[in-house]
Design a binder for this molecule. Structure first.
Ligand code: ADP
Ligand code: MG
Length: 376
């Protein structure tokens, strides 16, 4: 086991890295973050920060000379770097799991091999494959074309209604490998976060129910209001994925529940997730503390959700007329305000969130949305 006093590395410096750094420091570890951004939210709360390109060999040597183990807060860390780091330090999750999760085509193929249901899709590696498609060849329209790599918060996605649209969308996304997904009617979206490794086993947080607006997470509540069978199926699927990848770390599985009651996997995140932020205030152990526990070789702690929680994201949109007035948020005894310390607010940028704890999801969400309205 890696013991307190040693230095843990975090690849990526966003808010997820910031919480991982807080969790590590709370447990007595030193933290070294690495991010190209000099003003990253995680760097402010780390012992040490390396600023610069992930592909720089001197920076890699510097990072390796400082850390005993490393984790990530962002799945788009170059695989070259992940592979090189894994030869010298403990890295969780391992490069193969990250490679699968950072590429939608590989991810869907991996899920299909395990016979895990997903939305119907087709992948395109090149423009000529798109050109060869014929009307009526596919039953995927209306659909969404998604870049295979580098998409997040609904970015890198274009709605397409027919073949003509598809050709334009493929060009618009930059002629890169893409996935065409049937747009399905969603009954609900839920996510499940597990933590652990094959040796110590896996612990689950309660199933979370998510509402997205314009492709960006808006609210999450836990526990999700679904048939208990849905949580059982989601756990079974997440466990199968974790076991097949010999997964080490925190893994988030995003699910779609379709109008026929089916549980489909949407995508995987090889890290803590925005929808799991309620765990910071309500589960006795946060998703970030789990990440650090697994990284240092400890078994995952057992999460305990008391009552219910609702989270609402605070996007940069709330800052367009200047800093919002947080007095209502701070005055609510059931609410916890979180701000990530980002200097520049941009539309769609995640600036913070509010978690409300109450006896029921309905009460918690009502209060979270009341506070949110005061910030608008
Ligand atoms: P991101 O990486 O941006 O989170 P997702 O693939 O999860 O990308 O898409 C973001 C959101 O867009 C989803 O949470 C869902 O609300 C909606 N969405 C994505 N794919 C589909 C689909 N095939 N059918 C219906 N809605 C979808
Ligand atoms: Mg998603």
């Amino acid at each position: 086991m890696i013991l307190p006093g040693e230095t843990l590395g975090i690849l990526g410096g966003g808010q997820l890295g910031r919480y991982a750094a807080i969790a590590a420091r709370t447990m007595g570890y030193r933290v070294c973050t690495w991010d190209p951004d000099p003003e990253s939210p995680a760097a402010m709360l780390s012992d040490d920060h390396i600023q610069g390109d992930f592909l720089s060999a001197p920076l890699r040597e510097k990072f390796l000379s400082r850390v005993s183990a490393a984790t990530l807060e962002f799945e788009n860390i170059p695989s070259e770097l992940m592979n090189l780091l894994s030869q010298s330090v403990r890295l969780s999750p391992d490069p193969v799991a990250v490679m699968v999760a950072q590429d939608r085509i590989l991810e869907k193929e991996f899920l299909n091999k395990l016979a895990i249901p997903t939305v119907p899709y087709r992948s395109f590696q090149s423009e000529s494959e798109v050109e060869l498609m014929h009307d009526g060849e596919l039953d995927l329209f209306p659909a969404i074309l998604k870049r295979s790599r580098w998409g997040y918060d609904g970015k890198g996605q274009v709605p397409v209604k027919d073949l003509t649209d598809l050709k334009a969308a493929y060009f618009q996304l930059g002629n890169v490998p893409c996935l065409l997904e049937k747009r399905i009617s969603l009954e609900k979206e839920v996510s499940l976060i597990l933590s652990g490794n094959p040796k110590n086993g896996y612990a689950f947080f309660p199933l979370i129910e998510n509402i997205h607006v314009n492709g960006i997470l808006h609210t999450s509540v836990a526990p999700a209001s679904v048939d208990p069978n849905v949580q059982a199926v989601a756990r079974e699927i997440a466990l199968l994925i974790a076991e097949r990848l010999s997964y080490e770390g925190v893994l988030t599985v995003e699910f779609f529940l379709d109008s026929h009651g089916r549980v489909l996997v949407n995508e995987l995140a090889p890290r803590p997730h925005n929808s799991g932020h309620f765990t910071i205030d309500s589960c006795g152990i946060s998703q970030f503390s789990q990440q650090i526990r697994v990284l240092v070789g400890a078994p995952p702690a057992v999460p305990v959700l008391t009552g219910a929680a609702a989270m609402v994201n605070l996007l940069g949109d709330l800052w367009v007329k200047g800093d919002p007035d947080f007095s209502v948020a701070l005055s609510s005894p059931k609410a916890r305000l979180h701000l990530y310390g980002k200097k520049e607010a941009r539309v769609g940028r995640k600036m913070g969130h509010i978690t409300v704890l109450d006896e029921s999801v309905d009460l918690a969400l009502e209060e979270a949305l009341r506070i949110y309205r005061h910030l608008q």
